[in-house]
Design a protein around this ligand. Sequence first.
Ligand SMILES: C[S@@+](CC[C@H](N)C(=O)[O-])C[C@H]1O[C@@H](n2cnc3c(N)ncnc32)[C@H](O)[C@@H]1O
Length: 454
Amino acid sequence: MLAPPPAFPDERACAAVRTTLQARLAAGERSALGRVLAEGEALPESAVRDACAGAYEAFRASGLLVEDGGLVRATVQLQEHAGRLFASDRRELHRAGAAQFVLGVGPVTARIASLLPLRAGARVLDVGCGCGVLAVLAAAQAQAVTALDLNPRALAFTRFNAQLNGCDNIETLEGDLYAPVTGRQFDVIVSNAPYVISPDTTFLYRDGGRDLCERLARATPAHLAPDGCALLAVNWPEHDAGSWQGTLAGWVDGSGCDLWVLSTEHTVPDGYARLWLMQQYPDRIPPGEIDRWTAAYAAQRIVRLHGGYLVMHRPRARDPWIEFRDLPPFDPLAGRAIDRVLAARDLAASHDDSALLEQRLTPIPGLLAIERRVAGPAGWQVQAVDLRPADGLRLALRVDPLAAELIGWFDGTRSVATAVRAFAQARALDAAPLLQATPPLLRRLLDAGLLVAT
Ligand SMILES: C[S@@+](CC[C@H](N)C(=O)[O-])C[C@H]1O[C@@H](n2cnc3c(N)ncnc32)[C@H](O)[C@@H]1O
């Protein structure tokens, strides 16, 4: 039996709980309160009451703590992430296979949060909000956040976490995918949907599979405002015939949106089944379960299962592009880099060569130029230079040594054309061929998001 999600009876209780938690948990103290709320222990009432410093009744009235035979235990799991606090369901409900289990902050949530393009003043939509982690994280910079979920318990947790973190710009709506926001458009859409491809329908948060991912992807473009950007965590199968790249491209066909597939996992069926079943049964996977899952994949001729993120972007006035890449290791600034690359590609597409030369461009902060030298008769010769961003998506580009030197002259205080002429003069080179070669170089650099306009 699932306990009802917590709810603050009034603003005073909310303030009392928030202040106490911020003081006790965010400071990293291993207090009695932390042991009960974060670690799931049951402790004597007197110890918990002391730790609550006068807010004990507010914790009880909010449904966070219950008394149980002289001991006090939590009804939720409380986690701290990125300076915010999140209540979600306790792990034992997961082990019990509760369909409406509401997930807390896990590695995928943290990863998608790092990829979120946080745009000041944006209208943000979180599809499948769970306990509201992404909605709350987006709320600080957003004008307004709409959080949707099919699970009413998830929406109750989202409302609770919004209040707990002092967010008053989050609305919650119940329904299937985009149904509650028919006809509405958003600047940023994020979704960590139930993407797991499984033969089961055990968990609402997990077992949506390929069909849900496809429905989500196909429905997204209609809800993106011009220049809007969506970030969807998805899984997709690879069959023994046909290309998965073609299948994913088909999901956005005719939508007018860019599609950037950033893959994170490419797993064989046995490994995929084991990964998810281990989460469901951390102590021991019941005999036969892995075989049951892999038999379901075999029946569908699935040879591999892929995971990653779909970035969709509605360009203002150019043809859309599609690109497939592996996502580099976790980087908390990857979301900013996604927006930077999209803006750079838009700039390249909306300027012809002569207009591009008149732009004031400069390398992105922290761009590294790594020389590749080879030994020759005259000593070390610089053969090529690899331009590598220090953070974000780390899209690197190899250029010749002269181009690398020229790029160093793009200081953003003057047009590229002026910088090229100054470089040519300083190096006693003919400016005309350099000017002719520069637009293709700029386009390659902008495509990788290595230049910004000042
Ligand atoms: C993996 S959880 C993600 C929760 C949260 N966004 C996060 O990142 O931690 C997926 C959520 O999608 C919800 N969901 C499942 N099917 C849905 C549907 N058809 N429409 C809307 N939400 C759905 C589940 O109830 C669950 O809360």
